[in-house]
Design a protein around this ligand. Structure first.
Ligand SMILES: *Cc1c(COP(=O)(O)O)cnc(C)c1O
Length: 358
């Protein structure tokens, strides 16, 4: 067969999901804690016989629960199979002009993948030398849309709300997507700006702060006119997206605010300790507002060497072979115990280098 029948794509490469029983998995920003007991209950009481029926066509009960939770009308909410699904649908629906889509050069690498898949022109904007995003770089530049993760990944650095608002206000003719996958761990949401700006879409996920990566639930909030454009694309591909058990678990999670807040607090406390201890070991740790830290090892050892040393012990962190950040590690905040085991291994590695030098 001729090869021009097929697409030639560079896919997103997700973090490994190795199957070792003893592994410590700090590589994909999942929560180390289980979802709310209410979610476990909802899944146990789910009647599998109902699976013969399609789920509700617009993710009804979950859409309603999210609308109520965030104080919006249901017409402002779109739910998808993880925020990746939501973002991919937004890319198809909203970046159709031919003008370049702007996003930071170092950010969630899926943006680039979708842009290529859907033939969207892009212009990648370098970060400042301290890895922050400069709002001015997104103002007065011709564009057909803007995507910014806040806090950004993999840097974990949050942008000030006022700066994001400046970007939204100064680009009234294009859609501005703020990917708030990590906002529950720090940084300020712009959800309250949705009613004011008809070009803003705020994207959220259950995968990180709600401990439900495996249930695949994401959503976005925007003005109804934008939501209906996104829905039209979804209904041109697959109208039944989230499955019945996921919808019930998603609603149950929203109903347990207390547990949600408690788990976030645990992660933030551990993050602060992890940051402090890595710094004491000589790492350069960027200020994190997320459930992971981005850290550069001290002189004498490279990020790749630390990565390999940890992987040998079945401790997985993330290393990107991307120029500019290839000497950094992205380490997901685990439980206190997991973090301690990881830190001890790093300490041992640093000790043995020290010995070699003296
Ligand atoms: C994890 C992540 C997502 C996707 O998460 P889903 O599991 O598909 O909801 C989207 N954006 C960023 C920045 C992420 O880190």
């Amino acid at each position: 067969m001729k090869s021009d029948n097929f697409r030639d794509l560079v896919p997103y490469v997700p973090g490994m999901q190795p199957g070792f029983k003893d592994m410590i998995k700090l590589n994909t920003n999942e929560s180390p804690y289980p979802p709310s007991p209410k979610v476990i209950e909802a899944s146990a009481s789910f009647n599998a016989a109902d699976l013969r029926l399609y789920p509700s066509v617009d993710v009804g009960p979950l859409r309603d629960a999210l609308a109520e939770y965030h104080g919006f009308d249901r017409s402002c909410v779109f739910v998808g199979v993880g925020s990746d699904d939501v973002l991919a649908t937004i890319f198809q629906a909203c970046f159709n002009s031919g003008r370049p889509l702007l996003f930071p050069e170092i950010t969630y690498s899926f943006y680039e993948v979708w842009a290529r898949l859907y033939n969207i022109n892009t212009r990648k904007i370098p970060l400042k030398s301290d890895f922050t995003i400069d709002a001015d770089d997104y103002i007065g530049v011709e564009n057909g849309g803007i995507v910014i993760a806040n806090p950004n990944a993999p840097t974990a650095i949050a942008m000030e709300k006022g700066e994001i608002v400046r970007i939204i206000e100064n680009n009234p003719d294009s859609v501005v997507v703020i990917d708030e996958a990590y906002v529950d761990f720090g940084g300020e949401t712009v959800l309250d700006c949705v009613n004011k700006y008809d070009n803003l879409i705020v994207v959220r996920t259950y995968s990180k702060s709600r401990s439900l990566a495996g249930a695949r639930i994401g959503y976005c909030i925007a003005r109804p006119e934008l939501i209906s454009v996104i829905e039209t694309v979804r209904n041109s591909i697959n109208s039944y997206t989230n499955n019945r058990p996921a919808i019930e678990m998603g609603v149950a999670s929203i109903r347990d605010e207390e547990y949600f807040r408690a788990m976030i607090k645990k992660v933030i406390d551990t993050r602060e300790r992890l940051t402090k201890e890595l710094r004491e070991l000589g790492f350069n740790v960027l200020p994190s507002s997320a459930n992971f830290v981005f850290a550069e090892p001290p002189a004498g050892i490279t990020a790749k060497e630390v990565y390999d040393g940890l992987a040998e012990k079945h401790i997985y962190v993330r290393h990107f072979k991307i120029p500019g950040i290839d000497n950094y590690l992205r380490i997901t905040v685990g439980t206190d115990e997991q973090v301690d085991i990881m830190l001890n291994e790093v300490r041992e590695m640093l000790k043995s280098i020290h010995k070699m030098w003296h």
